[in-house]
Design a protein around this ligand. Sequence first.
Ligand code: FES
Length: 112
Amino acid sequence: MDEKANVKIFMFDPSKDKEPKYKTYEVEWKGLTVLQVLKHIYENQDAEIAFRCGCNGVGPARCGGCVVEVNGAPVLACQMLATKEMVIKPHRKFTIIKDLVVDFERERGTDA
Ligand code: FES
């Protein structure tokens, strides 16, 4: 019942880091969305991780702000249920601002 997920999160602040790294967290996951898992980590383990949570998936119109890649596939974090093993990265198409937060106005070059 208290089985925890291994969540590996991409961490990178282009303003000060030379290379991206990953941090791994053990968290509750059953029945939670990826966004709820990220919020749980932020509130209980690491307030340094950056991610977007715009509309929280509430309401008929989705903001799209929470888009990330989970295990290599682009997803809306507020819509996808968490799984026991997750590698969470920023969407590969856009320039990274910090960690999972990307600049939707700027597509990423070939440097990242
Ligand atoms: S937070 Fe708005 S679509 Fe996920």
